[in-house]
Design a protein around this ligand. Structure first.
Ligand SMILES: Nc1ncnc2c1ncn2[C@@H]1O[C@H](CO)[C@@H](O)[C@H]1OP(=O)(O)O
Ligand SMILES: [Mg+2]
Length: 282
């Protein structure tokens, strides 16, 4: 049987490319920066405009479906994954990078049916790298197949994590304590691109062995999740349980051995689930 979602997958790639072009152009102009939950949680007119462009294009082609978009949710739209075919969109992943001209910014578009991710597209638009993966059909960067690293020894790994936007002292202390413990295993290095979507693609290409974070949202990681899995990697919860897209906690790694080793060091802190009934976004 023909793949029922192939057309949607191909279309998502084109929409991500157009969105990335908009972001590149906008980055060359003066931008007005606003804040969301705190002074470090940034949003620009570009985030909102590009999300509207993406949703309009998808609705134009496929009609009114279900959408979970970072800016739509910030404006009060629900963030619940149902069985319906659902687009999960981050128009500008790495908004802080975008504002500062730090050169990693990605468009992330994923598609889920029956709560299962079918495909993901991440366009790292300043590098002009188009990452994509369709369930069961492999992962690609600019149409070349990609694969996770085969390193099994944690001491030969590079690990990515991020600092997030929560600046409460107890949270920052846990994040740094986790990073310190991992650094001192020791690993070859710690890195972070400033975009969760790109970080996951770096796991998928084998440039790093793992990326973990607490505080990310479903739109940051949904597309990357398909890409990592199709590149041969694993996804887990930070306590070693199964990955849950709406939990705001994730470890992505080249293999379970590396993931399990990192999980031993993670000091978790509480976050409100994306699909919590009272929507209070950080
Ligand atoms: N509260 C939060 N804590 C941690 N990461 C967050 C976050 N909110 C967003 N992120 C995402 O995590 C990465 C950096 O830590 C970015 O991909 C950022 O996405 P954004 O740029 O779309 O906001
Ligand atoms: Mg994001």
């Amino acid at each position: 049987m023909a793949d029922p979602w192939q057309k949607a997958y191909d279309f998502a790639v084109e929409v991500a490319r157009e969105a990335g072009e908009e972001i590149r152009k906008a980055g060359e102009c003066e931008m007005k920066v606003q804040t969301k939950s705190s002074t470090v949680d940034l949003v620009t007119k570009t985030d909102e405009r590009v999300e509207k462009i993406i949703i309009r294009a998808l609705k134009g082609e496929f009609g009114d479906g279900a959408f979970i978009g970072e800016e739509s949710v910030a404006n009060g739209q629900p963030c619940v994954l149902s069985d319906k075919p659902t687009w999960i969109i981050d128009p500008v992943d790495g908004t802080t990078n975008f504002v500062h001209g730090f050169p990693f910014v990605a468009v992330s578009i994923a598609f889920a049916v029956n709560k299962e991710l079918e495909f993901g597209v991440v366009y790292s638009c300043l590098e002009d790298k188009m990452y994509k993966a369709r369930k069961g059909k492999g992962a690609f960067c600019n149409d070349e197949p990609i694969q996770v690293s085969d390193v099994e020894e944690i001491k030969k790994s590079i690990i990515i994590s991020e600092h997030g936007t929560d600046r409460r002292k107890e949270v920052v202390t846990k994040i740094f304590s986790t990073m310190q413990k991992i650094l001192c295993i020791p690993v070859h290095g710690l890195r972070g691109s400033g975009t969760a979507a790109t970080n996951m693609c770096l796991v998928a290409t084998g440039a790093v062995e793992a990326f973990f974070e607490i505080g990310i949202h479903c739109w940051d990681i949904a597309a990357g999740a398909v890409i990592v899995q199709e590149a041969g990697g694993v996804l887990m919860d930070v306590d070693g349980g199964p990955f849950d897209l709406m939990s705001r906690r994730m470890v992505s790694a080249n293999n379970k051995k590396i993931a399990d080793r990192i999980i031993k060091e993670i000091e978790a802190f509480d976050v409100t689930r994306d699909d919590a009934p009272v929507q209070k976004k950080e």
